[in-house]
Design a protein around this ligand. Structure first.
Ligand code: ADP
Length: 491
């Protein structure tokens, strides 16, 4: 019976397969020559040789090795060991530079190779199959990555930044040694997420860290300043900044971040804050007596019926009020920063409060303040502080809108909340500024603003006051058309 023709392999097929295989060289196990018996095309290509030039020659004759290279990766030694042990020997990475005729110079190359013993019919090792792979590109990429990591490490060290990586699924935590220093621990101490948390006040954990983390899960950015307690009892301020890496389904994978010791900057801020508190406190006393004298004068002059003096007094009063708003603003700011701003809750009618506040803000620009409440709305809040927020909305509406326009004030109950809004027909605010208005000292920068005085603390204070009442504050505005400022409070 003849074999089916489909199973018959053409003559020389193994030779062809060998010659097409990646990076292969067949050697006779005739140490120390290691005669080259067959070579693949790709081996010839990467070593810039030809089949005629190397077949039948000894391996070291064709590929001479530098006498300085380590014995453990010398081809001669390895081949000898393959014969001695009868085992396959792999070399994961070694350097062997190749002469490039195009540039007439040796080019750096990295290789990984495998050396397999092949036995003959007598079970003696007769051949060695040497397979090489050019891994230069991988080695270079790894070197570049290492250089980048090193550069980053040096930059972080010089700036005193600690770096960390938190795996959000396994909770594995990796960090640079600077982290241990910042947390005031002895070198070599193992830091964990829990050990760090133990150095923070529990209420800060809730109000600052967890809050920021929840936000980071939405925005990807984690940022907060917090006070930590060192093992020796001292306090330190740190700034943590991180980004969250998500997978394609938007599941959080890892957080990468930095920690910086900001104690000194914080102390500077506290000193500045103390100075503002002291200065505004000192200004308050003379201002109060100036106001009292003006009131006394007002009473006497009205009787005198002198139009010029009367007018001058009204103007002086306005200026004193302006100044006292600023001084009280700064005083509140410093109280707020040092956590001393107190909220005194009581029940009151917010519509009555709006009406009372409106009478205080009779406008110099002749704008009409329109408020039409439908009966009282009782709420439980700090009356003076909420009055301050309404006053801030009103004075801004007056300040930032032209003469003889209309300012509408609205209040309404919506579910369990009361919503108050002040709408003007003024200069309006660009969307990019709208996000920042409630930040400390933020003022819009444009030509019109240059002529309107202010320090950018009113809305910041208002927002803090509303937040302490667990309410919301926001703005809707179109540039050139006007703005509506809102707040809502639980009733
Ligand atoms: P100030 O008015 O003292 O600068 P605020 O904190 O009250 O401080 O306001 C911050 C900034 O918001 C203002 O500087 C102004 O640029 C902008 N702003 C506030 N209210 C209005 C408004 N009704 N119309 C236009 N811009 C406003």
């Amino acid at each position: 019976m003849s074999k089916p023709s489909g199973h018959t392999l053409p003559e020389n097929i193994f030779q062809t397969v060998f010659e097409k295989s990646p990076g292969s060289l067949l050697l006779r196990a005739d140490a120390p020559h290691f005669t080259i018996l067959a070579v693949s095309d790709s081996y010839l290509a990467v070593t810039s040789t030809t089949r005629e030039a190397i077949l039948g020659k000894g391996f070291s004759e064709v590929f001479p090795e530098d006498a300085h290279i380590d014995d453990s990766i010398k081809a001669q030694k390895i081949f000898a060991m393959v014969i001695e042990t009868g085992q396959k020997i792999d070399i994961a990475n070694y350097r062997y530079d190749i002469f490039d005729p195009a540039t007439n110079s040796y080019e750096e190359h990295h290789w990984s190779c495998s050396n397999v013993p092949i036995v003959d019919d007598d079970h003696k090792i007769a051949y060695i199959l040497n397979t090489v792979v050019d891994i230069t590109a991988e080695v270079k990429a790894k070197e570049t990555a290492q250089e980048n990591a090193e550069r980053l490490r040096i930059a972080a060290e010089v700036t005193g930044l600690a770096t960390f990586e938190l795996d959000l699924r396994s909770h594995n935590f990796f960090y640079s040694p600077r982290m241990v220093e910042i947390f005031g621990q002895k070198p070599g101490t193992v830091i964990t997420v829990n050990s760090m948390r133990a150095q923070m006040a529990p209420e800060d954990m809730d109000n600052i860290v967890r809050k920021s983390f929840r936000q980071a899960l939405m925005t990807g950015e984690h940022l907060y300043d917090i006070k930590i307690q060192l093992p020796d009892g001292q306090e330190r301020w740190i700034k943590t900044q991180g980004v969250i890496i998500f997978d394609q389904q938007h599941h959080p994978l890892r957080m990468l971040g930095t920690v910086l010791d900001i104690t000194e900057t914080r102390r500077d801020e506290i000193r500045k804050n103390d100075f503002i508190a002291m200065a505004s406190h000192e200004l308050k006393t003379p201002l109060t007596s100036l106001k009292a004298y003006l009131q006394l004068l007002e009473k006497k002059i009205t009787k005198a019926d002198d139009a010029f003096v009367n007018n001058a007094l009204v103007k002086a009063n306005n200026q004193v009020n302006k100044m006292s708003d600023l001084v009280y603003g700064f005083l509140d700011l410093s109280r707020m920063e040092s956590g001393k701003l107190q909220i005194k809750m009581q029940e009151f009618d917010i519509n009555k409060l709006v009406e009372d506040t409106i009478t205080e803000y009779a406008t110099a620009n002749n704008q009409a303040l329109i408020f039409k409440p439908k009966g009282p709305i009782m709420i439980y809040a700090d009356r003076d502080r909420i009055g301050q927020v309404i006053g801030n909305f009103l004075s801004n509406a007056i300040k930032y809108s032209p003469k003889e326009t209309i300012i509408k004030i609205n209040s309404r109950l919506s579910g369990n909340n009361v919503q108050v809004s002040v709408t003007d027909e003024g200069i309006g605010i660009k969307p990019k500024d709208q996000e920042k208005l409630f930040q400390r000292f933020y003022r819009v920068e444009n030509e019109q603003m240059k002529h309107i005085s202010g320090f950018g603390i009113g809305l910041y204070l208002s927002s803090e006051i509303i937040q302490r009442h667990k309410g919301k504050i926001w703005v809707e505005s179109a540039e050139g058309k006007g703005s509506t400022f809102f707040f809502s409070l639980p009733v």
